[in-house]
Design a protein around this ligand. Sequence first.
Ligand code: ADP
Ligand code: MG
Length: 408
Amino acid sequence: MIETLLLNFLFLLFPVLIFLIFFENRLHYYILLFLSSISMVLCMVYPLKLEGGYIFDLRYIPFLIVALFGGYKYTFPMYILLNVYRYLIGGPGIGHSFIFSTIIFVSVPLLHKKFIKQSPRNRIIGAVIVSFLSMVIYITWFGIALPRLNKEFWLLTFYALTTGIVVMAIIMILIEKIMVNIKTRESFLHSERLSVLSDLSASVSHEIRNPLTVTKGFLQLLNTSQAILGEEKKYIEYSLLELKRAEKIVSDFLAFAKPQSENMIYSNLKNEIEYVKNVMTPYANMYLVEIEFYFNNLSNIQYDKNQILQSLINLFKNAIEAMREKGGTLYIDVTNEKKDIMIKIRDTGVGMTREEVLLLGRPYYSSKKEGTGLGMLMVYSTIDKLKGKIEVESEKGKGTTFYISIPV
Ligand code: ADP
Ligand code: MG
């Protein structure tokens, strides 16, 4: 018995390993589904054979994991596969297996939405509980169905319950650990990119600013000279205008740089958020977007005022642009959560797929014709400097929520 269970366990480790070795950088849900299906089928190929033709194996572990992480959409193909293959195996347990898998297929994916919102630790505990409970149901029912309860039945009960807990716990710990590692590496790469950008932009902007100021000064002087007349005066004015534009670009670029000491303030963001809300209101009206605003934050932090203003403008602007086809509501909610300031910015706009969310904050990533793809980069850079975190929840066609938490 033990050998068979160990073999089953090995089959369950197989998708984890393959994923880790080959696909870690490309999180594709269909690949995961495929790997889990293979391991489920392998488990069924090498089951524990019980007397009377019944079989037992660990097929429900990948099935439960996919149901919890993937919901109905991904569980359905596995459900079909499980029952088709179980039918091909034959024997007396077919009906039992069909009903049991149907119960799981209907009930467990209901937990999916709650499940993925939990912390890794709670997810591990949750999955173990679900696995334990389904084994209890399975065994109880099996016990009732069997004509007489013999020693083999009690042994099976013991194995089913312990593997239901232990194997599920091990696999879940591995999965969660892998996900944490991927996340850590992503955020490391991100801050690496940002720090290069911030070093570069500070030095370049300062180097360009000085000659610009000098040139502007001389042109202004020249402009007041009596010797220069009509046509030439116009040229000078054009030059001054263009210089002004260049200065604007340079100072925008400085937003990526380290916080500037002259802009640093110690406050609770209230003035900034209200200011940006007022500035953006005409833009929102233009696209029939309503703004709902709620502020309740008592904690003060130190920040660069200009950078915060610019980041908020970028976020609000994106949210409004996401709703420009149909209008909608922009919810802004600033509160204290534990020791952090929590800024929630929710829109009811076009939303993004998971892949698009991952691309947020990459330089020049934009889906808009007139987009620059620098807005979110700036937001990430600013929040990164405040040691804050940005989480994005988005659903295509439904809308997007940005959760920005900044430690006090
Ligand atoms: P830009 O706005 O110039 O395109 P950003 O860096 O501000 O550049 O945004 C990058 C991309 O991220 C956008 O083009 C858009 O596809 C996506 N995006 C950002 N915010 C949202 C949002 N609230 N809803 C939907 N998509 C968004
Ligand atoms: Mg933008």
